[in-house]
Ligand binder design. Sequence first.
Ligand code: HEC
Length: 231
Amino acid sequence: MRKLVIVLLLAPLCGWAAEAGYRLDSSPHDPHDLISLQAGARTYVNYCLGCHGLESMRYGKLTDLDLTEAQIRDYFMFTADKVGEPIRTVMPRRESKSWFGVAPPDLSLAARSRSADWLYTYLRSFYRDAKTATGWNNAVFENVAMPHALWTLQGERAYDRESRKWTEIAKGIQSPAEYDATVRDLVNFLVYVGEPAATTRKVIGIVVLYVLAIVFVFTYLLKREYWKDVK
Ligand code: HEC
C-alpha cells in the first residue's frame, strides 16, 4: 500500500520529466520591474493578441503597470472600445481551429500551467521545419501548431534533434541578447497576468489564519465548559 502511494505521488513528476526532455533555461524575469512589464505588454499586443486572448484580464487593469488610461487606449486597446472590457483576441475560434488544427488557447494562465521557465525557453526555441504545416517547429513543444510569431525579431534557425545543435539560417532585427530581453519582458508580463491578485490573496490568507485562531479559542473555551462537570 505504501509503495502504491509513493508511486502515485511521484507520477506527476515522472510525466513532467518525460515531457521536459529539452533542458529549460531559467527565466530571468523580475515582477517588480514595471518598465519590463510595460514592454512585455506591448510585445504581447503587437505579436500575440492576434491569436491569443487574455480574458481573465481587463484593459483597465493595465493601469497597475503605471500606464495611464489614455496610453492604454492609444497603444494597447485594439480589440475593445471600453477599458472595462476583457483582453480578447480578434481571432475567431472556429476558423482558427480549421487553420491551425488547434485553436490558440487563452494565455491568462499559461505561466501557471506551463511555468515561466517553460515559456522563456519555448519562445526562444522555434526552428524551421519543412515537414510541418506552418514551416516551424519547436524544440520544447514538438510539432507545435503555432508559427514562430517573433521570427522577424529572432531570425530563422535550424535545429537538429539528434545532436541538439542550433544553426542560424537568417538574422533577425534583434541581436540574440536583445531577443532574450524581449522574451524576458514578455514572460514577465504573462507571469503578471497569471498572478495580478497575488498580493490581495496573501492578505486574505493572513485574515483567514486570524479567524481560525479566534475560532480555536472559542472552541477550546466551549470544550472546557462542556467537560467541567464530567469528572
Ligand atoms: C498565428 C497565430 C498565433 C500567434 C500570432 C501566436 N500564437 Fe501561440 N499558439 C498558436 C496556436 C495555434 C497554438 C496551439 C499549439 C498547439 O497546441 O499545437 C499556440 C500555443 C501557444 C502556447 C502553448 C500553450 C499551451 O500551454 O499549450 C503558448 C505559451 C503560446 N502559444 C504563446 C504565444 C505568444 C507569447 C505569442 C506572441 C509572441 C503567440 N503565442 C503568438 C497560435 C499563435
